[in-house]
Structure formats: C-alpha cells, structure tokens
Ligand binder design. Structure first.
Ligand SMILES: Nc1nc(=O)c2c([nH]1)NC[C@@H]1CN(c3ccc(C(=O)N[C@@H](CCC(=O)O)C(=O)O)cc3)C=[N+]21
Length: 282
C-alpha cells in the first residue's frame, strides 16, 4: 500500500472557510478581529513567513498590521511597543516574530505579551494551562499537527509517539498535547544517544529539528506515521523538511510533505487563535 500523503493545505483550506464565517459573524457584532505582528530586523525567512501570515489574514477577513522595527531597537523600546498593543482594545492577537536579535531577551519579551492576546501560545501562563489540559491558547504548529492527526484519523491512545526536537515552540508542546491524548511519548534531541534505535520504535514520529535529512528510511518503522515540521530554505529556492521524504514515503503508512504539510496548518492555527481571542472580547 502506498503511503497516504497528509496534505496540510487541504485541511487548512477547509478550516479557513469556517474561520472566514466566524470572522463575518464577529464583524456583524462589531468586532473586527485584528492581528498585529512585530518583526525586528531583516531576517529574510522571517519576512517571508510574516508576508504569508498577512496574506492568510487578508483572505479570511482578519485585519493585520505589521510593525517593522529596527534591528538595533532596545529591549525596553520593544516592551513599550508591546505594552501599547496590550492596551489597545482593537488588537486581538499579538505575535512577535522569532528569532529575535541576540541583544534582546526572548523570555522577557514573550512574558510581556498579555496572555489573553498571546496567539502564539508561548506565554508561560498558556504553556502551563496547556500542560494541565485547561482551555488555553495553544502554540500554532503543535495545534496544527493535532488537527492534522485527527483529520487523517491517526490513533494516538497507547501509541508510541517519538518527538525529535525539544524546542519550546514545537517539540515540547507537541509532546505534551500527544500525552494529553494518551500517547506514550519519548522526547529525543541533539544529545540523544542511538537516536535511530529510538525513532525506529515510533508508531508516530514527529520530526522538528530544523535540520534537513535528519530522518532517513532506516530510521523509521515500517507502517509508521511521520510528521515533518522542518522548513529549510535551500539555495536554489526550494523548501525541504527534516525527513528524507522520497526514501521514507515507501516505508510508512502516512507522511506529511514539505511544503504543503505542517506549514499551512501553522498559519491556519494562527488565524484560529486570533478569532478565538476576538470571540472572547464579546
Ligand atoms: N512568533 C513566531 N511564531 C511562529 O509561528 C513562527 C515564528 N515566530 N518564527 C518562525 C516559525 C516558522 N513558521 C512557519 C510558518 C509557516 C510555514 C509554511 O507555511 N511553510 C510553507 C513553505 C514555505 C513557502 O511556501 O515559502 C509550507 O510548509 O508549505 C513555515 C514555517 C512559523 N514560525
């Protein structure tokens, strides 16, 4: 049986239709959902992602504002910008595009965003709520992965999910969400010994290392489900994931492609979170 390719853009388009309807209902009650993105410096990948977010907002009728700040902005000036947005009742979602320049303390910035408007779900309050299974704003990539797994009817209960990568924005929270759905979760990372031995035990393998070709055919179990979170831009303009897709796809049951896999779901969950905040303003 050839593998099912889990196209994120298919589900993303479907969900964006529903989000659009929700936006229209909000607009009828005089609430126009608005996302403000702060981008600091000149990282080309960041600029591409922010443009994609803006376009996605526009398509569903969410107002989007991008504030471009100079690379050399001080941390205090950035916090002052965030403070203004925290207090602005017309702004529902605040997103500070990562990575930040080295002189800025990322933890301090992320904790400064009002947790109610934290559409990235990176504030410790939201992370804590998610961990104990309370309603919260959930980080977009992990939430998008969970929606994809549900849509493609991947069983989680009692299954061995192996997460490769332990970032605060993907690896850690996705493992937490999988645990909340009764998966047995193993975290692997750059210091893990005998990585392949562990990944080969995975019923569900989530790869979020940011390194192309981390996972090859010999690293996966026959019939596994593989989610590739990678998004590396190559010099020739192509985007590739962390998994050697061509080799792995012949061995697995289901796999996400890159592009058109997890990426479009991430952006859709950003729209979803922005609307969720706007609804709470009613
Ligand atoms: N505060 C913050 N929140 C983020 O959510 C955030 C961030 N910072 N910094 C960077 C990462 C990366 N990220 C992606 C979003 C969409 C695609 C995506 O849609 N990619 C396309 C391919 C790229 C293309 O078509 O150019 C795809 O997979 O089909 C990828 C990566 C969000 N991030």
């Amino acid at each position: 049986m050839p593998a099912t390719i889990m196209y994120g853009n298919v589900l993303a388009n479907e969900m964006r239709e529903n989000i659009k309807e929700d936006v229209n209902v909000l607009i009828d009650s005089d609430i126009h959902p608005k996302l403000t993105v702060l981008i600091i410096g000149e990282n080309p990948a960041s600029k591409t992602y922010v443009r994609m977010k803006q376009k996605a907002c526009h398509k569903v009728g969410i107002a989007s504002q991008v504030i471009e700040l100079n690379e050399n902005i001080s941390e205090d000036e950035l916090l002052e910008q965030i403070n203004k947005l925290n207090e602005d009742n017309t702004v529902h979602g605040i997103l500070v595009q990562l990575p930040l320049p080295n002189h800025i303390n990322e933890k301090r910035v992320l904790e400064y965003i009002d947790p109610v408007k934290d559409v990235d779900g990176f504030h410790p309050i939201n992370i804590g709520r998610m961990q104990i299974g309370h309603d919260s704003l959930v980080p977009c990539t992990p939430l998008g992965i969970m929606k994809l797994l549900e849509y493609y009817q991947v069983d989680l209960s009692g299954k061995h999910a192996v997460v490769v990568g332990r970032s605060n924005i993907v690896g850690k929270p996705v493992g937490q969400l999988l645990l909340n759905q009764d998966a047995t979760v193993t975290y692997c990372h750059s210091k893990t010994e005998q990585l392949s031995k562990i990944t080969r035990q995975a019923d569900l393998l989530i790869v979020a290392t940011g390194k192309a070709a981390t996972i090859k055919a010999q690293d996966v179990k026959e019939g596994a489900v593989v989610i590739d979170v990678g998004n590396t831009f190559l010099d020739d303009g192509r985007v590739v994931g962390d998994v050697d897709f061509e080799a792995v796809k012949d061995k697995v049951q289901k796999i996400t492609p890159v592009p058109k896999g997890v990426g479009p779901m991430t952006i859709t969950m950003l729209l979803h979170n922005t609307v969720k905040v706007a609804k709470s303003f009613i």
